[in-house]
Ligand binder design. Structure first.
Ligand SMILES: [Zn+2]
Length: 116
């Protein structure tokens, strides 16, 4: 079975993640060898990820932002795109401050007599 360009496009994430099954990876690479447009696509995809990671560091020229947006929209139409949260290496759960939650149930001192 050979991969189609469309299938390959949907597998880019797995390929770059390294989570792809070895047999599939072989097919993927074979397709890439035989299909320059998909090679270019993979290249663009990698660049997009790299750029996205660099984004918060410094402001980008608006022209570049616009180009990136077009690129990202294209990617998203094609297949899932990693959300910024997913690409972060840390997997800390959201912090829940128990004291904060406790306070919400006990309104601050109002000077009134406590409930009986
Ligand atoms: Zn192709």
């Amino acid at each position: 079975m050979n991969l189609t360009c469309r299938e390959l496009c949907g597998l880019l994430m797995d390929f770059l993640d390294g989570t792809m099954a070895p047999e599939l990876r072989t097919q993927f690479e074979q397709h890439l060898c035989a299909c320059p447009p998909c090679r270019t696509y993979l290249d663009t995809y990698k660049q997009t990820i790299r750029m996205t990671r660099m984004l918060p560091r410094e402001p980008l020229p608006t022209e570049l932002v616009a180009r990136l947006q077009v690129l990202l929209e294209k990617e998203m139409r094609c297949q899932k795109i990693p959300k910024p949260e997913d690409t972060k290496p840390s997997d800390e759960p959201p912090k829940l401050d128990p004291e904060c939650r406790g306070n919400r149930q006990h309104p601050p001192h109002s000077g009134d007599s406590p409930p009986t």
